[in-house]
Design a protein. Structure first.
Length: 254
């Protein structure tokens, strides 16, 4: 009698006895007829992987009623986020730190990056994939990515308003403002631009002097400024100078 009635009216399982709500056969029948019946099953069945997967394949929203062990199951959460990346917010803390699950989530909905672990918000591949899908995801990435010119420009080319998420230096640079930098100390140059002190000439940066900024880069963990060199007789010879071996060691920085 109960089986026939619930097959026709599956949501009425909400009024059934605890024994019926905990019956796997009846539960499977009701969920097959209407996934929303999953909400009214016993705690044990809402944490049963086979019944949970059945409900999720019918509608990902069932994850809202699933037990904790299922939300902590990478395989089950992969099934969920493949349907809706935003559902990452229902995953356990451990699963939000699962790179494969998060990659799947952000490929579907980039702004689901908001629900990823702090560690994965610093992962370049995860962040780039999220921004490619939805530029607003830059808002949820680690702040250092707002200084990455290439990444910001990709977001801006997709949606122009994304420039508002960039750091001030990139905002000004992209908008065409003139940027400048200054060195500490006292200017020891003569009017012809030749350093009076040997250490200044060897260093290549004149103390107490202003330089115009030509480029700003934040890539691969390096923050670089390209300065205009107004001196004809000497130039910067340290790391990332024209002859520095770092360019060959990190060719993507060119």
């Amino acid at each position: 009698m109960a089986m026939a009635f619930l097959q026709k009216y599956p949501l009425r399982i909400c009024d059934a006895t605890e024994a019926i709500q905990a019956n796997p056969k009846i539960a499977t029948m009701c969920v097959n007829a209407d996934w929303r019946a999953f909400k009214y099953l016993s705690d044990e069945l809402r944490d049963d992987p086979s019944i949970v997967e059945l409900a999720l394949r019918l509608d990902w929203h069932a994850i809202m009623y699933a037990g904790e062990s299922c939300r902590d199951n990478p395989g089950i959460m992969m099934l969920v986020v493949s349907q809706c990346g935003e559902a990452l917010k229902y995953a356990s803390e451990a699963v939000r730190d699962n790179r494969e699950v998060v990659l799947m989530a952000v490929s579907d909905q980039g702004d689901s990056l908001e629900h990823a672990s702090e560690r994965l918000k610093t992962d370049p591949q995860v962040v780039r994939l999220a921004i490619e899908e939805e530029p607003w995801a830059l808002n949820f990435a680690h702040p250092s990515f707002r200084e990455d010119r290439e990444l910001v420009m990709d977001a801006v080319n997709s949606k122009g308003w994304s420039l508002a998420l960039a750091c001030d230096k990139l905002k000004y640079n992209t908008a065409g403002f003139v940027l400048g930098a200054g060195s500490l100390g006292k200017d020891t140059t003569r009017t012809d631009g030749v350093a009076e002190k040997t250490e200044d000439k060897n260093n290549g940066i004149v103390p107490g002097h202003a330089y115009s900024i030509l480029k700003v880069r934040n890539m691969g963990g390096f923050k670089l400024l390209c300065l205009r060199n107004p001196w004809g007789s000497f130039e910067w010879k340290g790391d990332w100078s024209d002859s520095s071996p770092l360019w060959n060691k990190h060719p993507l920085m060119r």
